[in-house]
Design a protein. Structure first.
Ligand SMILES: Cc1ncc(COP(=O)(O)O)c(C=O)c1O
Length: 419
């Protein structure tokens, strides 16, 4: 039976935030450099490449700055000065920030292949969309393994730019997520093993067939494409920089899967706000804690858990090496959370009229966990003067699971009047 918004809010959402629901590790290797972006980060995420991504993506049909919400009541409940939440649920109609990275990387891969064949330099997306290079693009196949949103972005990019696309998914990807990707006309390949198996199979098949892997994670020998993916994400931080003109946040909570989005945003906020940039706290599921483990050992490490988590899109076994190069210098702390914190956080945001999915709500859960534990509050320097920035990376990307966890359909969240 579906519940009303009143009914679902009868429990106190903060009850689950006991001292056992989370733990954190301050980052011993964070850079003390103040004003200017650390040179290693500049090397990976150069200002020019960021501007190139921004000016390209801003020209895409359907580009719109996503909303930044002010959460006054939740700030009072958590005893902080204010909270802003960047809401990526509407990005390009794809339901998550991922629309920016995968599709931009598809564009960059295609423009390079076109340049190789024709000698034409700086091919832009309008040229590709106009069909001028159709004879080339229709014979190119892009491939990725995914558990949801990245694959959707690659499939969407492939359709936009007129190339072939194959998306590999593992045994646990829900039917709902599979369907949402297949809608873009790509070929879906379901692999019987876990995420790592789907990555391996995509790689083997690509090598055999001369397809092009467009992955969001970097590993030895595969660095360029994930860099494009992260460059695509930086537009999100540029928007925040334009939306918050005064009262720069003191803390930003970012979600961590392989680390790409947290790395891109922390790098760009450093570039924008320099020595006034906020402390960066990266939030992960305890069952998929590769960034937290990397912080503990001060080098890239594997997750210690079985990767089974309600935060489906944060279920990563290994960090992206490029992301770690950035986060090891730019993140102040890494936090892990148990799954029980997620549904109450999704419901609390629903009460504010914000649709935030299982991975999207992880940052509010991380903030609540940090605030409710006196030790983490002190250790992370959070008090009643703190100004918090949260990133909600997705809406109801699996509407079925959303309804199961929140109690009502996502479209009702927006239309139900708030009390
Ligand atoms: C909705 C959502 N949030 C967060 C993430 C984590 O991003 P990253 O793997 O770059 O850390 C993902 C990754 O797929 C995602 O889809």
């Amino acid at each position: 039976m579906s519940k009303t918004m009143d009914q679902i809010m009868t429990d106190t959402w903060l009850d689950v935030f006991t001292t056992k629901c989370s733990t954190w590790q301050n980052n011993a290797t964070v850079s003390s450099a103040k004003k200017l972006l650390h040179p290693k980060i500049e090397e990976i995420m150069s200002a020019d490449e960021g501007l190139r991504a921004k000016s390209e993506i801003q020209k895409w049909d359907g580009y719109k700055v996503t909303p930044l919400h002010y959460l006054e009541k939740i700030a009072k409940e958590l005893r902080v000065a204010d909270i802003h939440l960047k809401d990526e649920s509407s990005r390009f109609g794809l339901g998550s920030f991922k629309a920016l990275g995968g599709a931009y990387a598809v564009f960059r891969v295609l423009s390079q292949l076109i340049e190789k064949q024709t000698g034409d330099k700086n091919v832009n997306s309008a040229d590709i969309r106009s069909g001028s290079y159709q004879t080339i693009t229709k014979n190119i196949t892009v491939v990725t393994a995914t558990d949801g949103n990245h694959g959707k972005s690659v499939a969407w990019g492939a359709r936009e730019f007129g190339c072939q696309c194959k998306i590999y998914i593992h045994r646990d990807v829900s039917k709902g997520r599979e369907q949402a990707i297949a809608e873009f006309g790509c070929e879906m390949v379901r692999v019987s093993g876990n995420y790592d198996h789907s990555v391996q199979q995509a790689d083997i098949d690509s090598q055999k067939n001369n397809w092009h892997v467009v992955s969001d994670t970097s590993y030895p020998g595969y660095m360029d494409v994930p860099k494009y993916v992260m460059q695509g994400y930086t537009i999100l931080a540029s928007e925040i920089g334009e939306q918050i003109i005064d009262k720069i946040p003191t803390h930003v909570f970012l979600p961590g899967g392989v680390g790409g989005i947290a790395a891109a945003i922390s790098a760009e906020l450093w570039r924008i706000w320099g020595e006034n940039r906020p402390k960066v706290i990266v939030v992960e599921p305890e069952a998929a804690d590769c960034l937290y483990q990397s912080a503990l050992s001060a080098k890239p490490a594997q997750s210690s858990g079985n990767l089974e988590t309600v935060m489906a899109c944060l279920s990563a076994g290994e960090v992206s090496l490029l992301a770690w190069d950035i986060l090891s210098r730019s993140a102040n702390a890494f936090m892990i959370l148990n799954d029980q914190t997620i549904a109450p956080s999704m419901r609390r945001l629903a009460k504010e009229g914000i649709v935030s999915g299982e991975s999207g709500a992880a940052t509010l859960a991380g903030l609540a966990a940090a605030c409710q534990n006196p030790n983490s509050r002190i250790s992370l320097g959070i008090d009643e003067n703190s100004r918090i920035l949260l990133l909600s990376t997705e809406g109801a990307t699996d509407p079925h699971i959303y309804k199961k966890l929140v109690g009502i359909d996502a479209d009702k969240v927006v239309t139900t009047p708030l009390i």
